[in-house]
Design a protein around this ligand. Sequence first.
Ligand code: 3PG
Length: 387
Amino acid sequence: MKFRKLTPEVIKDKVVIIRVDFNVPLKDGKVMDTTRIEESIPTLKFILENNPKELHILTHAGRPKGQVVPEVSTAHLIPDTEKYLGEKIEFRPDYSKGTSKIQLHENCRFYPGEKKNDPALGQEIFDNIQPDIFIIDGFAVCHRAQASVIGLEGKVPCYPGFLIEKEIEALSPFLTDKKLPGLTILIGGLKMETKVPVLRHFAKVAENILVGGGLANTFQVAKGVSIGESLYEEEELAAAKEVMDIAKANNTNFLLPEDTICAGDIESTDTEEVAIGEVTGNKKIFDIGSQTINHYAEVLKNSSTVIWNGPMGVLEKEQFANGTKEMLMTIKDLKSAKTILGGGDTLKSLKKWNISKSEFSHVSTGGGAMLEFLAGNELPGFKILEE
Ligand code: 3PG
């Protein structure tokens, strides 16, 4: 990958469109976590310091499925963006031009053509805004081949913003086929489909893979271990076996929970710690147990690099959040290791326990994008930036 480089000359007197990812949690019109806005401020400031003619900001928020959903209007993003940028921003309800220098347009996903990358929508953006250049700074959306991400390809030169450069710098060292001694991957959450490609890769190159969350259940079943009535993904059993086989063939320690926190259902506070193998009957697993926490913590403490994506249990329920909290605190205290975090729920855990991003070497803004990048997939949003 050799990308074009954003320089002052590229911006001066130009009509600039920037595609950021301000897909932030919104509640009653308020931004609950401004991380993704803050992370694009250096690129936005750089653009403004270099005298563009106009700056048009595009982003999606939520998954409104091609409909106008006022709760996720990008108008809600204006106060925080203005605060961090220190500039007034005009809100545009569509892709038409306003009169101010800085304009933030309405949610890209209100358009039915956005998700299917309808060429007519790319053309509409181009015809309305008449841009000279296009910048992508929204790393977290680069794995989506959508109109606001790649629809201007071939129409104007496309450049990466500084957030893209920062993410690539932090994550590229892991795109290797060589064994990386001291590298531990801690992975949790749900949805095998999004995690199997990255697990296939790290089953070859990491030293340890520690699995938690709902993901672990599918691996337990693939190994023939009983998980009671816990949820797992039947259609992913073959993929789970394949990942474990790759790990074995490459001498990668692949660890699953040895004990768990179980309850009858997710709302129940009547919990019990149950050793794996004894999760029978109608028991359901909702978190990792204390023995697993200790074992995983020991492995993490002996690692020189840790990559973490996905919670160990149900983060939203206090009674099932302890495994995630303990892993977070352990990783935070690893003073000499390189620590890399990513994924929406992982970031939520920082906020939940009030831990600063500065405690870690790199906190990725990407969830799916980080996983796809680390799996070695070419991201559509990156392809258009190549020289
Ligand atoms: C994310 O939050 O991972 C990105 O904003 C992409 O959102 P999506 O998964 O709805 O495409």
